[in-house]
Design a protein around this ligand. Structure first.
Ligand code: ZN
Length: 319
């Protein structure tokens, strides 16, 4: 018994001595732990793989749907090298978007687009505005203000970037070879005052015989108003950025059939809490004859148009 007590005493003394040595080590600086701040902690802000599936092709329209988890961010480089960023994801993805633009060699964003005031679309935009020279900013004229849109406006004003709020029918200039058409919202139509998705900005971008439709999070109601007030031909596109991350609030069968896209890109986070993309939407896209490409499965998705057809490249190729 006495022997056991002595053993325990020796063990305790040993532990105390080890603890004292570690304390001295820390105090003298001989031992240090890695220090993580919010900005350099390994997190979703750091890309896990090279994010650029393929560099922009000169003389083509290059479009990148950046993997920003549950959100939207797309970079467009025109055939002559003009740049556009449509949305930029949540604030935690600011680094990723910034690095992505830098990797592409973008120093100036000629046209910055904020489709609506939700954080998964414009949360990181103040950081982007601070980091890049920006030619101009457009957003929907039907927007419902939020803390995020106020922060974007402040950042734009600080840098003297002109802001334009646009309706369907307004002309947006970017590159002579690429036409931009605002297809939603429609002036004079009634949109929800509570749901910013309803009045969000929808764009069609055309190059040669090819076209892309950027729907942001537009609702079925917005799709219907837009189709009622515009020519059917305006919706035809090779590539559709599927609305609202594949939610059933969007992508009516009539809209998908009118767009008649070959490729449907879903910008969506892996295992997101909303269950996006919805199974119904995936089967609707399938029935509409679209090949579906998802950022949660493929990472960043790139599309290249030579004016006649569109080719697709992924960050994570199919095996
Ligand atoms: Zn969204």
């Amino acid at each position: 018994m006495r022997e056991k007590t002595a053993k325990i005493l020796i063990l305790l003394i040993g532990l105390a001595a080890a603890a004292a040595l570690i304390c001295i080590g820390f105090l003298s600086g001989a031992i240090s732990l890695p220090v993580f701040s919010c900005s350099d902690a390994p997190s979703e802000t750091e890309p896990d793989l090279p994010l650029v599936p393929k560099m922009p092709i000169k003389g083509q329209l290059s479009v990148y749907f950046i993997d920003v988890g549950q959100g939207d961010a797309a970079v467009l480089i025109s055939p002559s090298g003009k740049t556009m960023l449509i949305d930029s994801g949540e604030s935690i993805y600011a680094n990723r978007v910034q690095k992505f633009l830098q990797t592409l060699g973008v120093e100036r964003i000629d046209l910055l687009v904020g489709t609506h005031s939700h954080s998964d679309h414009i949360g990181s935009m103040p950081r982007i505005i601070k980091g890049f020279e920006t030619g101009g900013y457009i957003t929907t004229a039907e927007d419902i203000e939020s803390d995020y849109s106020s922060a974007v406006e402040t950042a734009l004003n600080e840098k003297g970037v002109p802001i334009r709020k646009v309706w369907c029918g307004d002309i947006v200039e970017w590159d002579e070879e690429c036409g931009i058409t605002v297809i939603s919202p429609i002036l004079g139509c009634e949109y929800s005052q509570y749901d910013a998705n309803d009045g969000c900005l929808m764009l069609r971008i055309e190059y040669g015989e090819t076209a892309f439709i950027f729907t942001a999070d537009a609702t079925v109601h917005a799709e219907q108003l837009s189709m009622f007030h515009n020519e059917k031909e305006l919706f035809k596109a090779n590539v559709l950025k599927v609305a609202h991350h594949g939610s059933t609030t969007s992508s009516s069968i009539g809209f998908l059939e009118t767009v008649d896209a070959d490729i449907a890109v879903i910008s969506v986070g892996a295992s997101n809490p909303y269950g996006h993309p919805d199974f119904d939407i995936l089967s609707r896209l399938n029935s509409a004859g679209c090949s579906v490409v998802r950022t949660d499965e493929r990472g960043t998705v790139a599309a290249f148009s030579d004016g006649k057809s569109v080719t697709i490249e992924y960050q994570k190729p199919e095996r």
